[in-house]
Design a protein around this ligand. Structure first.
Ligand code: SF4
Ligand code: SF4
Length: 243
């Protein structure tokens, strides 16, 4: 059976959110839309996103690294969100392994979001139905698009090519080769869900920080050990460039 999936290279992702915005744009105006957004510029914004990038810092100062971690439905091969659905709205397609929700059958009971160990499901507060990544099923199966564009919007938008798309059951596919050659792994295998999406780990590189960069004892701007004070009577750059 074909199993379509994303493979995301954490060594290459720069956290620019191009995948997030392109996903939102495509899916809010496509078959999965609209995706609600409330108070986007308010104090407590809320909205439906199929793809989110979480950014956090790992390690201990000064040897810290910033990790950008894109997260969406992993299209599990044994998805716990499917059997718990009382209406049959959640299902896994036999032909390509994509896990989808039939909005016409969903009653918004949220059982699937409790069953998903990855927090991948989002209730659309306006339509009161459960939504999640579809791997842009309406795009990748659109025969009117050139073959090269029949990919999820996030894959097309990623400026660093951190996102690969293909069949992980085909040993010769680009995604299978990337998993094999770069130690690709699935999230939380202990849950037995067999996520189709995989991540490529960050490759270890030694940080090169000169001691001067941490403790500027040798700061060339210092005179007699002190930083020069700007003259208060002269206009500063802030004065010149303020609006
Ligand atoms: Fe279901 Fe969650 Fe797996 Fe997606 S990641 S298939 S929503 S269990
Ligand atoms: Fe099924 Fe919808 Fe309930 Fe999820 S929220 S279990 S898709 S009916």
């Amino acid at each position: 059976m074909t199993q379509l999936a994303l493979v995301i290279d954490l060594n290459v992702c720069v956290g620019c959110h191009a995948c997030v915005t392109s996903c939102k744009q495509w899916n809010t105006s496509g078959a999965a839309g609209t995706l609600s957004d409330d108070r986007p510029y308010g104090a407590d914004p809320t909205g439906t996103f199929f793809n989110r990038v979480q950014t956090f810092e790992v390690g201990e100062y000064p040897k810290t690294e910033t990790v950008h971690f894109p997260k969406s439905c992993l299209h599990c091969e044994d998805p716990p969100c499917v059997p718990v659905c009382p209406t049959g709205a959640s299902y896994k397609r036999a032909e390509d392994g994509i896990v989808l929700v039939d909005y016409d059958k969903c009653i918004g009971c949220k059982y699937c979001s409790w069953a998903c160990p990855y927090g991948a499901r989002e209730l659309d507060e306006h339509q009161k139905v459960m939504k999640k990544c579809t791997l842009c099923v309406d795009r990748i199966t659109d025969a009117s698009l050139p073959q090269a564009e029949r990919k999820p919007a996030c894959v097309m938008a990623c400026p660093t090519s951190a996102r690969l798309f293909g069949d992980i059951h085909d040993p010769d596919s680009e995604v299978s080769r990337a998993i094999r050659e770069h130690g690709g792994y699935a999230l939380m295998p202990e849950w037995g869900t067999q996520p189709a999406n995989h991540y490529l780990p960050r490759r270890r590189t030694e940080l090169a920080i000169h001691p001067d960069e941490l403790d500027r004892q040798d700061n060339p701007l210092k005179v007699d050990g002190k930083l020069p004070r700007p003259a208060t009577s002269e206009p500063s750059l802030d004065d010149v460039t303020s609006w």
